[in-house]
Design a protein around this ligand. Structure first.
Ligand code: ATP
Ligand code: MG
Length: 261
């Protein structure tokens, strides 16, 4: 199961990705969490201690490694390089693990546009396709806000897109834009998840606004989540409510993926 979490800025993508990852780990899954946001902060939502977090170097910053594996010369343009660099040892060597969740921080690769291919892109793409999962493995991707990055390799190899929305028109607009682009790159399973819910009316607003896009469930507005963020710990350790709500979201997701084949 490969799930990408996306949506408008600040809606709660990292919160959901962190809790989903911890929850699958508690179910006995081997979880790989991928932080694909250049402004990376999934580590703290997963509950990684600061000693580990501050040592993490995003993969895209490892210019020498990428150059070595793709046999490209850093900075050179119009050159030949390997499109299928060796990546099998990357997860083991460059990931950190805590609470049974393995974290990979991708960083970002600036691309000239759709279809542009550079050594960094080839490297991350090869890595994503290498991360083929076995039974009982889950991959959770925490994406950058917005839609610009959806053409990237990291977004293209997932089974489902979870688009987080809050009760407001702007995050729903982002949902609709994500849906269109995700379909363009061939992703059929696009679901919405409502967050920061304070009343049943807000749930109704989201259900009405999402139209044909299925809503997997809702996460309540919860002071404990903000408190966890202030402490730099995982919401998973502070909010009983979000754990239960995310459990229901997972069940709904699994049942929908089963019926969609
Ligand atoms: N259900 C909730 N109740 C209360 N606060 C929440 C809830 N969900 C998220 N938050 C808070 O909202 C803020 C943004 O959450 P988060 O970082 O998960 O969003 P994001 O979509 O990943 O943001 P970005 O676009 O910057 O990556 C955080 O301070 C988080 O603690
Ligand atoms: Mg985030």
């Amino acid at each position: 199961m490969r799930i990408a979490v996306t949506g408008k800025g600040g809606v709660g993508k990292t919160t959901l990705a962190g809790v989903l990852a911890r929850s699958y780990a508690d179910d006995g899954y081997k979880v790989l969490a991928v932080d694909a946001d250049p402004d990376s902060n999934l580590a703290s939502a997963l509950g990684f201690p600061e000693e580990i977090t501050e040592k993490i170097v995003p993969l895209s910053d490892m210019k020498d490694l990428i150059a070595q594996r793709t046999e490209a010369k850093p900075g050179a343009i119009g050159q030949m390089f390997k499109l299928n660099p060796r990546v099998d040892d990357i997860p083991e060597k460059y990931c950190v693990t805590h609470n049974n969740v393995t974290l990979l921080v991708m960083g970002t690769v600036k691309e000239g546009g759709m279809g542009c291919i550079c050594p960094e892109h080839a490297f991350l793409k090869a890595l994503m396709s290498h991360l083929i999962l076995r039974t009982n493995e889950a991959l959770i991707l925490d994406m950058e806000a917005g839609i610009e990055h959806l053409g990237r390799a990291t977004a293209q190899s997932v089974d489902a897109f979870l688009v987080v929305v809050e009760p407001g028109k702007r995050s729903i607009q982002t949902l609709k834009a994500v849906e269109k682009l995700a379909r363009d790159i061939g992703i059929k399973n696009i679901f919405a998840v409502g967050n920061k819910i304070k009343s049943p009316e807000e749930e109704t607003f989201i259900l009405d606004s999402c139209g044909d896009i299925p809503v997997l469930g809702f996460m309540s507005h919860d002071e404990n989540i903000m408190h966890a963020d202030r402490l730099g710990v995982s919401p998973y350790e502070r909010s009983r409510k979000i754990i239960l709500e995310v459990k229901m979201i997972k069940e709904e997701l699994e049942s929908r993926l089963r019926t969609s084949g």
